[in-house]
Design a protein around this ligand. Structure first.
Ligand SMILES: [Zn+2]
Length: 106
C-alpha cells in the first residue's frame, strides 16, 4: 500500500542580532521615519520537511522593526559609515532640511 506523504517545502528565515553595540541601534528609517533600524544577520533557507536545505540568502542587513524596511550592507565599515552619517540626527542638528534618503543610496 502506497502512503501519500505530502511534500512540505517552504522558505524559512533566521534573523539574529548583529551585535549589541548601542551605537548601532535606533538608526533612522528612510521609509517610516522612525529611529528603529538595527543591523541583523539574516539567513534564508529553502526548507524541505522543515529542514533547511538550500541557502537562498546569507548576509547582513539593516532592518527597521516597525515597517520591516531592509537594506543589505556588506561589512562593518559600511555599517559605521551609516552610523556616523546619522549622528547629526541624534545631536539635534537638523535645522537644515536633510535628505536622509540619500544616506542609503550610493
Ligand atoms: Zn521603518
Amino acid at each position: 500500500m502506497f502512503l501519500f506523504i505530502p511534500l512540505i517545502c517552504g522558505a524559512q528565515n533566521f534573523d539574529s542580532n548583529y551585535d549589541s553595540n548601542p551605537a548601532h541601534q535606533g538608526l533612522y528609517c528612510p521609509k517610516c521615519h522612525n529611529f528603529s533600524v538595527a543591523p541583523i544577520k539574516r539567513k534564508e533557507f529553502f526548507t524541505f520537511w522543515y529542514i533547511p536545505i538550500i541557502p537562498l540568502y546569507w548576509g547582513k542587513q539593516l532592518r527597521c522593526n516597525i515597517c520591516n524596511w531592509r537594506q543589505d550592507f556588506k561589512n562593518e565599515e559600511e555599517l559605521n559609515r551609516v552610523v556616523n552619517e546619522q549622528k547629526n540626527f541624534h545631536n539635534g542638528n537638523n535645522n537644515t532640511s536633510i535628505n536622509a534618503d540619500s544616506y542609503y543610496q550610493k
